[in-house]
Design a protein. Structure first.
Lengths: 384, 79
């Protein structure tokens, strides 16, 4: 049972996606585990053959318990099993096929799905995406009933898998109480002129297709990641009385959940993403947070947290560090403000950037350098 | 397509991008950001999905004109 955060003590296996005898590659999702913060997908960290499941579905075990054995020597290593990219597309998840069940045809990805003309019309009317729909008609063709069922499914809220708002509250309570008990925070803030970044973004988005539009969040994410490269003292953890810095920059992005609560899963190696990749990673992460498809590794390894309140939020946020991390960077809502630019009074969009950092690991001088570096990167949006 | 039909389609699209939202409770005049609580990422996803499924392109400068289901439907009708 992996620890999906400092506050996690135990977890319950709610689903096995592999069974004994199945071959697994690194990064394959093998199980779904329920914690106080909801359900998470657990990936394999080894490749080989799953030889034994030790924790059956429905069983709660402490962090550190062995869930299953993967035998690396029992079978030849699959030649074409690439390691899962840290921030790549989610690995294809497929429950192990039962030998006694007829294998279901994979939905055609390149060709058009088989669909009756009437059903196609109905799908267009209802705005249903028929790709990947199962058909109940002749030869698996999609019928009107299938389309209507899909539309009904889409209009119902899907409860988050394994999500219990009260348990989530408890998890946040214990992590935040521990943070305030153990971590001597210091706080810094810096108003940052977003004029250039905003103009650049508006211009870019006019040129772009809808699907490739950028949000300011992508710029903030990238600016923080690049700044942490310059000020690595704030990227990592406080463990056993000493800082343990991380060379990789995995930014935990705080996402507020509509059902209540909060999570901050990682965007891996954020400093190495292009702006487009950063934007795609953010969209993907938010979508998966909304549908409880966050992977365990994303909960385990953020090296820093960023919380951005968005355009309708408060002016600034002085965050509480998520233990054992060393820092949390906050952005308030950008506001139009009077600013002095080149000796002239101007009206500019300004965002309050803040830093809460662990005073055991660093002092304010280091923290100030981080905020200054974030500012500097945001003044050159074209270089992000 | 009538406004009511467009609203019904937009509501389905909204359900697709916000699966944790009960879209049957979203009224035609509700402000999608202030009343429903879509953030800028949700709203962008909504505009992208509407583009893919209804073929309507909403420039960023027009976001204010599509801030509710009814306004969005009228925006589409006026195109």
């Amino acid at each position: 049972m992996p620890s999906l955060g400092a506050d996690m003590e135990k977890g319950t296996v709610v689903e096995w996606l592999k069974k004994p005898g199945d071959r697994v590659a690194r990064g394959d999702i093998v199980a779904v585990v329920e914690t106080q913060k909801g359900a998470f997908e657990i990936e394999a960290f080894e490749q080989g053959v799953l030889s034994e499941i030790l924790v059956p579905v429905g069983t709660e075990v402490p962090v550190g318990a062995v869930l299953a054995r993967i035998d690396g020597a029992a079978a030849p290593t699959p030649a074409a099993a690439p390691p899962a990219p840290a921030a790549g597309p989610p690995p294809v998840e497929r429950p192990a096929a039962q030998p006694d069940m007829p294998r279901r045809e994979a939905p055609p990805s390149a060709g058009r799905p088989r669909i009756s003309p009437a059903a196609a019309r109905r799908a267009a009317e209802l705005g249903v995406d028929v790709r990947g729909l199962d058909g109940s008609g002749p030869q698996g063709a999609i019928a009107i009933a299938d389309v209507e069922a899909a539309a009904a499914r889409a209009s119902r809220p899907a409860p988050r898998r394994g999500f219990d708002p009260a348990a989530m509250r408890q998890a946040i309570a214990s992590a935040m109480a521990r943070s305030k008990r153990e971590i001597p925070h210091y706080y810094l803030s810096l108003p940052i002129d977003l004029g250039r970044a905003t103009e650049w973004l508006t211009q870019k988005n006019i040129e772009r297709d809808v699907a490739r539009r950028l949000l300011p969040a992508a710029l903030l994410l990238k600016a923080v990641a690049l700044a942490l490269r310059e000020v690595p003292q704030l990227n990592g953890f406080w463990i056993d009385g000493a800082p343990r810095l991380s060379s990789a920059i995995h930014v935990g992005w705080a996402i507020s959940l509509r059902g209540g609560g909060l999570m901050a899963p990682a965007i891996h190696d954020a400093d190495r993403l292009t702006l487009d990749q950063a934007m795609a990673a953010l969209r993907d992460l938010v979508n998966r947070a909304r549908t409880a498809r966050i992977r365990g590794s994303e909960m385990m390894d953020p090296t820093v947290t960023v919380t951005s309140l968005g355009e309708r939020g408060a002016d600034s946020v002085l965050g509480v560090i998520y233990p054992p991390q060393l820092a949390i960077v906050g952005f308030g809502a950008p506001r139009m403000a009077v600013s002095i630019v080149d000796g002239e009074i101007r009206q500019r969009p300004v965002v309050q950037a803040t830093l809460s950092a662990d005073h055991r690991a660093t002092d304010g001088a280091i923290g100030s350098r981080l905020l200054a570096a974030i500012d500097r990167h945001l003044q050159k949006p074209e270089a992000l | 397509m009538s406004d009511a039909e467009t609203i019904a389609r937009l509501r389905t699209i909204l359900g697709g991008i916000a699966p944790d939202l009960d879209v049957s409770t979203v009224g035609p005049d509700d402000d999608l950001r202030n009343d429903i609580g879509l953030d800028s990422m949700d709203f962008l996803n909504f505009v992208i999905a509407a583009h893919e499924q209804l073929g309507v392109t909403v420039p960023e400068a027009d976001y204010g004109k599509v801030s509710s289901l009814l306004k969005f439907a009228r925006y589409i009708a006026a195109r």
